[in-house]
Design a protein around this ligand. Structure first.
Ligand SMILES: NC(=O)c1ccc[n+]([C@@H]2O[C@H](COP(=O)([O-])OP(=O)(O)OC[C@H]3O[C@@H](n4cnc5c(N)ncnc54)[C@H](O)[C@@H]3O)[C@@H](O)[C@H]2O)c1
Length: 266
């Protein structure tokens, strides 16, 4: 997509953090912006912030785990703005420690929001996006935790690996269509989701985290650029993250080389 003026975007989890930043960037491009979130107070606050940029704003209370509620959102968007062009499946929650320490209900809730949320969004909105024939884009918010399994945030990380996988298959499905796909994989972004983590850190680790954290508006600009350039993976951080990715890639290739040295699998 190159043309944003007068087009319509829907962002889940759009009332704060990365979602609100994406909504802000899209509004500045002249888009009609719809934010969906479960948090009413934050929705009101976000709506008035966005109205300082444009009046083409709709803020809707919705839980992404509820597919019929998303269908209702789809009707509201169609009535108010017409066809949808950009879908950002962004709502997400943290959760999970070591696998054995993570209760089943936490595994289920995190998967329900972080993985089923995007599936619900795709199932509800994609048929119409394909049907109207105009160029469009889907952004699924995963995480760098869905690219490399660091630490012990089991339920969260597993859900984000699933979102990366979902996005890769979706991108295959949509290869010859008017809709393209990106998967957003930031490592640490300065948003309210980090608040509970921050409260558990030592002063030294807190300083490190704050040094690593990327502003949410930077991430949103990277998303806009990825949509314009049709880039699939959206990475948002610099050197430390690259080293983690290199280490994982070396491990994968190392394992393959041990089993099939010098192209014996050819
Ligand atoms: N902040 C980071 O460091 C970071 C890093 C990588 C990935 N992410 C991902 O980015 C996305 C946005 O995170 P953020 O940092 O902006 O967090 P945030 O907590 O600031 O914002 C998330 C928003 O999603 C909403 N939400 C939660 N569950 C919902 C549901 N079931 N239905 C509708 N809305 C719901 C919340 O009310 C909130 O407004 C998440 O998917 C998160 O996993 C964040």
């Amino acid at each position: 997509m190159k043309d944003f003026l007068g087009k319509t975007a829907f962002i889940t989890g759009g009332a704060k953090g990365i979602g609100l930043a994406m909504a802000t960037v899209f509004a500045r491009e002249g888009m009609n912006v719809v934010i969906g979130d479960m948090d009413n107070d934050q929705l009101d606050e976000a709506e008035s912030k966005l109205r300082q940029i444009t009046n083409h704003i709709l803020a809707i209370n919705v839980d992404v785990t509820d597919r019929s509620a998303l269908e209702n959102v789809s009707d509201q968007i169609r009535q108010r703005f017409g066809p949808l062009h950009v879908l950002c499946n962004n709502a997400g929650i943290g959760g999970g420690q070591r696998v054995l320490e993570t209760p089943d209900d936490m595994w289920r809730r995190v998967e329900e929001v972080n993985f089923w949320g995007p599936i619900n969004g795709i199932k509800v909105f994609l048929p119409d996006m394909l049907g109207h024939g105009e160029n469009g884009h889907i952004v699924n918010t995963a995480s760098f935790s869905g690219i490399e399994g660091h630490g012990h945030q089991s339920a969260y990380g597993a859900s984000k690996f699933a979102v990366v996988g979902l996005s890769e298959f979706l991108s295959n499905d949509l290869a010859d269509t008017s809709i393209s796909v990106s998967v957003l994989c930031p490592h640490v972004v300065d948003t309210p989701i980090l608040d509970s983590l921050k409260s558990r850190l030592t002063a030294e680790h807190l300083k490190l985290l704050e040094k690593m954290a990327v502003p949410s508006m930077t991430v949103a600009e990277q998303v806009l650029s990825a949509i314009k350039q049709q880039e699939f993976y959206v990475f948002c951080d610099g050197n430390d993250t690259r080293k983690m990715l290199e280490k994982r890639s070396e491990k994968l290739l190392g394992a393959m080389n041990r089993q099939f040295p010098k192209g014996e699998n050819a």
